[in-house]
Design a protein around this ligand. Structure first.
Ligand SMILES: [Zn+2]
Length: 273
C-alpha cells in the first residue's frame, strides 16, 4: 500500500501551507470551504485518487447566503450538510472520512463482484459477516459500495479492525456470499509519532463534486446513493472509536471528536454578535 501524501497542501520540503484568511478583506467569502477543502484529503490506496485539483465546491442553495467564521477568522459560506444536497454531500463525506480516520482502522479491504443493487449487496454483506463469525474472524468495519459501470461489477471498500482478517478468510467468506472471490487486503500503516487524524474518504470519491457550477447531484453521486441505500457509509457494531481505541456511540460522536482533533469545527455565524 502506498499512502498518497498530502502534497497539494504541503510544500515539498516546507511547512504545511495555511492560507492566512485573517488578512482577507472583510466581506470576502471564499467560494469553497477552506477548513475541509478537497485538497486536504488523505487517500489510502494505490488504486488511484480522485481529482485533487477539482474546482471550488458549489455554494449550498439552502444555507449559502449566510457567512460563517471559525476561531482563526476564516470565512466561508453556510452549508445545510444534507447528503441529498449537491453542494454538501462532499462536505458530509469528508466529515465521515475524518470519523473513519479517527478510528485508526487496521485494514483496507476491497471486495469485488458484490452484487447489482443495494438490497442484494446488503444481504450478501450480512452473509459474509456471518460466515466470518463462524470462521472465528472478528471484524468491525465501515464500508461503502462503489458503483462500477464497467463489466467488472460493483465493489465494496471497507475499513476494518479485527483478528484473523486475511485475504484467504475474506475470499472464502465472499465466495460463500456469492461475491467475487478476488479480495484485496491492505494493512493500513499508522503514522508513528503523529497524532494527526486522517480523512479516509477514498471509498466515497464519487461524492466529490466534478464542477463548481452544479445545480443538481451529478450521475455518479446519484448512483452512489442508490447503490448504498441512501447512506454514505455502513458500519458494524464496534467500529467507531476515538484515538485511544475507546468505543464511541456512533458516527455523530466520532465526527465531532475527529473534527476537534483536526482543529476544525466550531463554525459560527459571522454576522452573529
Ligand atoms: Zn447544502
Amino acid at each position: 500500500m502506498i499512502p498518497t501524501p498530502d502534497h497539494t497542501t504541503r510544500a515539498p520540503n516546507g511547512p504545511r501551507h495555511k492560507p492566512d484568511a485573517r488578512n482577507r478583506p472583510i466581506g470576502h467569502v471564499p467560494r469553497s470551504l477552506p477548513a475541509t477543502g478537497a485538497t486536504d484529503l488523505d487517500y489510502c490506496s494505490e488504486m488511484g485518487t480522485p481529482n485533487e485539483s477539482a474546482p471550488a465546491w458549489p455554494i449550498c442553495p439552502k444555507r449559502g447566503h449566510v457567512t460563517m467564521r471559525n476561531k482563526l477568522g476564516e470565512l466561508t459560506t453556510g452549508r445545510c450538510l444534507s447528503i441529498s444536497c449537491y453542494a454538501c454531500i462532499w462536505a458530509r463525506a469528508l466529515r465521515t472520512g475524518a470519523a473513519i480516520g479517527l478510528a485508526k482502522p487496521q485494514w483496507f479491504i476491497t471486495l469485488t463482484q458484490v452484487g447489482s443493487g443495494w438490497s442484494q449487496i446488503r444481504a450478501r454483506m450480512k452473509h459474509l459477516n456471518k460466515t466470518l463469525n463462524r470462521a472465528r474472524v472478528s471484524m468491525e468495519s465501515a464500508w461503502h459500495v462503489e458503483a462500477n459501470p464497467q463489466a467488472t461489477g460493483h465493489h465494496v471498500h471497507m475499513w476494518a479492525h479485527g483478528r484473523g482478517v486475511t485475504a484467504d478468510s475474506l475470499s472464502a467468506a465472499a465466495a460463500s456470499a456469492d461475491m467475487g472471490h478476488v479480495v484485496h487486503v491492505e494493512h493500513v500503516r499508522q503514522r508513528q509519532h503523529d497524532a494527526e487524524v486522517r480523512t479516509l474518504a477514498y471509498g466515497m470519491k464519487a461524492c466529490q463534486p466534478p464542477a463548481s457550477d452544479l445545480t443538481a447531484l451529478w450521475p455518479e453521486a446519484r448512483e452512489y446513493l442508490d447503490v448504498n441505500g441512501g447512506h454514505l457509509v455502513h458500519t458494524s457494531r464496534g467500529f467507531w472509536r476515538d484515538g485511544t481505541g475507546q468505543l464511541l456511540s456512533g458516527v455523530r460522536e466520532a465526527t465531532t471528536l475527529a473534527r476537534a482533533a483536526q482543529g476544525r469545527g466550531e463554525w459560527v455565524l459571522h454576522d452573529a454578535a
